[in-house]
Design a protein around this ligand. Sequence first.
Ligand SMILES: *[C@@H]1O[C@H](CO)[C@@H](O)[C@H](O)[C@H]1NC(C)=O
Ligand SMILES: *[C@@H]1O[C@H](CO)[C@@H](O)[C@H](O)[C@H]1NC(C)=O
Ligand SMILES: *[C@@H]1O[C@H](CO)[C@@H](O)[C@H](O)[C@H]1NC(C)=O
Ligand SMILES: *[C@@H]1O[C@H](CO)[C@@H](O)[C@H](O)[C@H]1NC(C)=O
Ligand SMILES: *[C@@H]1O[C@H](CO)[C@@H](O)[C@H](O)[C@H]1NC(C)=O
Length: 249
Amino acid sequence: MAQRRSLAVPYGAPVLAISFLACVATGLELSVNNHAADFTLSTELGPPISLSCLVHNSSQDEELLWYRGDGQVDLKDGNKVNISNVCISPVNESDNGVTFSCRLARDKSVQVSVILDIQFPPRLSGEETLHVEEDKDVTLTCNSKSNPQAYGIWYKDNHTLTLQQSRHELYQTSEIFRLSIKKVQKSDNGTYTCMMQSLLGSGTRDFYLIVEDKKPVFPKEAIIAAVVVVAIIVFFGIVARRDKFFKVW
Ligand SMILES: *[C@@H]1O[C@H](CO)[C@@H](O)[C@H](O)[C@H]1NC(C)=O
Ligand SMILES: *[C@@H]1O[C@H](CO)[C@@H](O)[C@H](O)[C@H]1NC(C)=O
Ligand SMILES: *[C@@H]1O[C@H](CO)[C@@H](O)[C@H](O)[C@H]1NC(C)=O
Ligand SMILES: *[C@@H]1O[C@H](CO)[C@@H](O)[C@H](O)[C@H]1NC(C)=O
Ligand SMILES: *[C@@H]1O[C@H](CO)[C@@H](O)[C@H](O)[C@H]1NC(C)=O
């Protein structure tokens, strides 16, 4: 152990010196779309986004790298030295919140990041039919993805749904807006509409909730009992016949 440690020290010193030199050597700056520091780029869906990274005050060729989150972006030759552009096209919802970073290849601590803030309205539509037995629970789920976050509301047969604390439960995340109904009653039957509304627009989705009569409960115990009784009868029947059979023989 002691020997290993004494070996480690001489290795440590040059490494420190080298990284110190690198820092001094790369007293360089990058800019992305003329921003020298990290920034947020807000935009709507659709039009492509172009990000242009530049090295400032370099004295030699400087290779640039682009990252999307943690993943390195493949760049073509001729799009790496001193200046490098990436284009995001088409821009879609999955780009929202993603960070693009431009880094200096020989010192990745020199970097500028762009956080994408992609704004889009709630996207929901269509309809769904749900059959549920009386006394069972049911859950109606809407997609509530949007940026900025949309406000959700439930209607039943075109009237704002009056929530019953004991049976209705709302649940909302950035992805879903959900209504759960416990112990469904005949009066719950109807058309439920989920409406998501944001500054950018709104969307609705209809659920036709059909409450059906309770099905008679399958009498499992009774059937098992009957099967056992029949088995016993058959067994004794066979035994009795075999006795007869032997006697005749
Ligand atoms: C780049 O060099 C110019 C002078 O040549 C100087 O005024 C400027 O501050 C430098 N910029 C950076 C980012 O070092
Ligand atoms: C990159 O910039 C350096 C310094 O300005 C320059 O000497 C070099 O020729 C440039 N390289 C390319 C490929 O433009
Ligand atoms: C968004 O675009 C990327 C490629 O640009 C694609 O792989 C992805 O499936 C798209 N996502 C959606 C939700 O359309
Ligand atoms: C709700 O209103 C729409 C449009 O006014 C109408 O077409 C639909 O039949 C109504 N639904 C119910 C269940 O009342
Ligand atoms: C139950 O709701 C559905 C969907 O709104 C509707 O079509 C149907 O007529 C309703 N049935 C009863 C018995 O109210």
